[in-house]
Design a protein around this ligand. Structure first.
Ligand SMILES: Cc1cc2nc3c(=O)[nH]c(=O)nc-3n(C[C@H](O)[C@H](O)[C@H](O)COP(=O)(O)OP(=O)(O)OC[C@H]3O[C@@H](n4cnc5c(N)ncnc54)[C@H](O)[C@@H]3O)c2cc1C
Length: 466
């Protein structure tokens, strides 16, 4: 544990605040999005700029303290905090600068996606991200980034142009295609293993108003919808994205009262063109199986991005399991239906995110994100506000995963995993793992950054070293 004299020394080195267990706001500061996580770090360094981050890293090295990096604090496994660690908290670094002429966006390492969406929307631009505005830019980007614009513009990492990082030895570097290109390769999917990103530079795209929202169907039509969806989404125009979900209808507007608290299946669409074209593309499903409820229509992109923020506020209990899938067989669909029938009400859900379209056009070794040949990224999330139900939601998510895993492609999206051990991390990076381990050995040979989906530094002279 850190001595008071050491904390006093750290306070003199930072412009941001240092929070310790003696502080009144220690307990609120150590909370992360998932209320199941209850960790007690030694201190939080609330960094306001890159200089603070460099000072915090050098301090942690000098005092032999483990570092955890917190971006948006959304990670379900709680990887933004760790017991007895010094948490480098990037929350104060939340600036966004949009350059409309180059359509690029620079975002501070502690930004949430809603910060970026708000800033870019004014210029008629958007950066491909996820589906919830409160998620951190840092963790989502470094793990890959899948969301409403994946089919049209690729993963978030496919739109990353450069990043500024503080390395494990406290040095500040830029990583891009031209500078430290090995590091740039590794951070596009390799997570927070290589350094602390203080700013990201993204390519944005002209996205302003989208035609979007959910369509819902009764569960007795779920098999038909899944079979239709598996054919549709692999050949649909890339302008349309749609993720499949099992969910419980929330008990309030805008959902019709007759459907409140009903278990249903749905597809959440996002079309980047006009309403007339959207209606034409979606006409086949409307005439095949008319939805029981549709909330599809034109909306500003940031509205779509924050559509579910109210349903999933911070402070719920979360347990996740995930896999990639290359196909959705009839047998897998049967298994889904069986598991979905046991889904706990009302926040728990299962999503299938399409990985195809522009995301598929990037080669499997161009970035560490190796499952470019997957068609879906599945996530099963047990969610409940009541800590008394944590066992129930965990058991349901595990049971669902165990039943579906035999149909899977082998690995899972790192940002949808809990702490599942080294084999699972290796399975996820497949043939890219050794190269990641070699980059890790170059930039972080002591595994200083290890509160993450950890990539162990390659031993000197091992096969991965290049
Ligand atoms: C409600 C919800 C919805 C989600 N939706 C999506 C989605 O649509 N698409 C998707 O792809 N993912 C989604 N995710 C998963 C999300 O990408 C991960 O949880 C991600 O880790 C969150 O990033 P964060 O910065 O908020 O997390 P944190 O908990 O702060 O950090 C997570 C990890 O990233 C590292 N990290 C964070 N910031 C930095 C940084 N600046 N520099 C270096 N390392 C850093 C941390 O060390 C840690 O290991 C969702 C998660 C939740 C809870």
């Amino acid at each position: 544990m850190l001595q008071q004299s050491a904390i006093a020394e750290l306070r003199t080195q930072l412009r941001g605040e240092v929070i310790t267990p003696e502080d009144g706001r220690y307990d609120s500061t150590r909370k992360v999005y998932n209320a199941m996580i209850d960790r007690k770090p030694a201190a939080f360094a609330e960094c306001v700029d890159a200089a603070d981050v460099m000072a915090a890293v050098r301090f942690a090295r000098a005092h032999n303290v483990m570092v955890a990096i917190r971006g948006g604090g959304h990670n379900a496994g709680g990887l933004g905090v760790a017991d007895d660690a010094l948490v480098v908290d990037l929350a104060p670094i939340r600036y966004v600068h949009v350059d409309p002429s180059s359509q690029t966006v620079r975002a501070g390492g502690g930004c949430r996606w809603s910060d970026v969406d708000h800033a870019t929307h004014a210029f008629g631009l958007a950066v491909p991200s996820g589906i919830i505005g409160t998620t951190g830019v840092g963790g989502l980007t470094l793990g890959g980034g899948m969301g409403h614009l994946t089919r049209k513009y690729g993963l978030t990492i496919d739109n990353l142009l450069a990043a500024d990082l503080v390395l494990a030895d406290g040095r500040f570097v830029t990583a891009s295609a031209d500078e430290n290109s090995d590091l740039f390769w590794a951070i596009r999917g390799g997570g927070g293993n290589f350094g602390i990103v203080t700013s990201f530079l993204f390519q944005a795209h002209p996205v302003h108003t989208v035609c979007a929202g959910p369509m819902l169907w009764e569960m007795d039509q779920a098999a038909d919808i899944m079979r239709w969806y598996r054919e549709f989404i692999v050949q649909a125009p890339e302008e349309i994205n749609g993720f499949f979900a099992f969910m419980t209808v929330p008990p309030g507007p805008p959902f019709p009262e007759a459907l409140h608290m009903k278990k249903m299946c749905g597809i959440v669409w996002c079309y980047t063109g006009g309403m007339e074209d959207a209606n034409q593309i979606l006409q086949p499903i409307r005439s095949y199986r008319p939805p029981a409820c549709e909330l599809f229509g034109p909306m500003p992109f940031p509205v779509l991005q924050s559509l579910f923020d109210g349903l999933y506020p911070p402070g719920l209990q979360w347990y996740w399991k995930a896999d990639f899938f290359k196909e959705l067989s009839d047998q897998a669909i049967e298994t889904h239906l069986h598991q979905a029938a046991k889904m706990p009400a009302m926040h728990s859900t299962m999503h299938l995110y399409p990985v195809n379209g522009a995301a598929r056009r990037v080669g499997p070794h161009e970035t560490p994100w190796s499952y470019r040949d997957a068609v879906w990224s599945e996530v099963i999330v047990g969610v409940d506000p009541d800590p008394a139900n944590r066992g129930h939601i965990t058991d349901w998510a595990r049971g669902y995963y165990d039943a579906l895993h035999p149909f899977g492609a082998g690995g899972a999206y790192v940002n949808f995993m809990m702490d599942e051990g080294e084999d699972r991390v290796r399975a996820t990076y497949r043939g890219n793992y050794d190269r990641l381990a070699a980059v890790k050995a170059k930039y972080d040979p002591d595994n200083f950054f290890r509160v993450n989906q950890n990539i162990r530094p390659a031993a000197a002279g091992s096969a991965g070293a290049r």
